[in-house]
Design a protein around this ligand. Structure first.
Ligand code: AQP
Length: 324
């Protein structure tokens, strides 16, 4: 099975990134053929600080490793180290309808969020993402719900390319987590938890006292019953999902456990659970951060392996498109 996914180095990773993408990426390693990427070129499509970008690239790599991505089983590398990604993106641009790009939800959301600085890169983001995926003849893409539309577009782009130049790419399938594909913001449970909106994020490496503070002050509703109801109780439903995924217990059992106990007690226990479950990740991260040479070696090796596959695909693409 060929599996590809990426994470943008746009800031510290939150539990949404973990539950929606990282956790299933770690599980998929048993299938073999996994390629995971720090997609730095994508992170350039919104305003950023170049110095911070370097730190974020290292941090995302450490996150992958701390969460359980094993460089002996999977290829882990930085997108910009394999220029074939941008080379293929250019070619795919020529078969991608602008109208498809303009209707992408992420483009609409982000161009609203960063009104003063909307570059063409933001519009073309899904084409680069299609290139990331198609370059490795990927079959399965584990992502969060917010990226589903982009994987759909990658399928369309593959189809259009194949129709025009002959069968080359596989149409990739999206893989969403059964639960947790869209973890919501702690301060606005109608919006997804998002790195670029720090207020509602619970970061994977938040210290215990910060976790407790964020959970205790998370937005809920005026009722008292701990009950899953996405429409009437989006905040409590989000917390129940998080509780369920970190405890491995079904939501029904958690509702029963906290029946008549009120929100404060429920939140207290959820904070305890998160502090305990995130502790090994925090420890692993601290240990990895002191091993920079080891991390650089993993990334270099990963880029070499990725490049070998990418060059093969590009040779085929160039031949089919008449570039040689
Ligand atoms: N709230 C979320 N719930 C579940 N999955 C999520 N993902 C993101 N947010 C949630 C998934 O995490 C993976 C890595 O995300 P990304 O780095 O590609 O960035 P993103 O999708 O644009 O989301 P972020 O983390 O909120 O970053 P910003 O704010 O920079 O846009 C993806 O598979 C994503 O679906």
């Amino acid at each position: 099975m060929k599996i590809f996914s990426g994470i943008q180095p746009t800031g510290a990773l939150h539990i949404g990134n973990y539950l929606g993408m990282l956790k299933q990426s770690v599980e998929l390693q048993k299938e073999g053929g996994c390629i995971y990427c720090v997609v730095d070129l994508h992170a350039m499509t919104i305003p950023y600080d170049p110095k911070q970008m370097q730190k974020n690239i290292l941090d995302v790599t450490v996150c992958y490793l701390a969460a359980g991505i094993d460089p002996a089983k999977s290829i882990l590398f930085i997108q910009s180290k394999v220029p074939e990604h941008t080379e293929l993106a250019w070619i795919l641009n020529t078969v991608t309808p602008i109208s498809d790009l303009m209707r992408m939800t992420q483009y609409k959301d982000k161009s609203n969020q960063f009104k003063e600085e909307i570059g063409a890169g933001l519009l073309n983001y899904p084409v680069l993402m299609a290139a990331d995926i198609l370059l490795y003849k990927t079959q399965v893409v584990p992502v969060g719900k917010d990226q589903e539309q982009h994987v759909e577009l990658a399928r369309t782009i593959a189809r259009k390319f194949n129709k025009k130049f002959g069968q080359t790419f596989i149409e990739p399938k999206v893989k969403l987590a059964k639960e947790g594909a869209k973890i919501m913001s702690l301060t606005n449970p109608k919006k997804k938890m998002s790195k670029s909106i720090p207020a509602g994020c619970l970061y994977l490496f938040d210290e215990p006292e910060v976790i407790r503070k964020k959970i205790m002050s998370s937005v809920t509703d005026l009722e008292k019953q701990v009950k899953y109801d996405l429409i009437k109780k989006p905040g409590i439903s989000n917390l129940l999902t998080i509780y369920s995924l970190f405890s491995g217990k079904p939501i029904k059992d958690i509702e029963k456990k906290f029946k008549d106990q009120g929100y404060a007690k429920f939140k207290e226990k959820l904070a305890d659970l998160l502090i305990k479950e995130l502790e090994p990740l925090r420890k692993k991260r601290k240990e990895l951060l002191s091993r920079q040479v080891y991390i650089e070696e993993i990334l270099e090796q990963g880029a070499r392996k990725a490049k070998t596959i990418a060059q093969e695909t590009m040779a085929e693409v160039k031949k089919k498109t008449g570039l040689i």
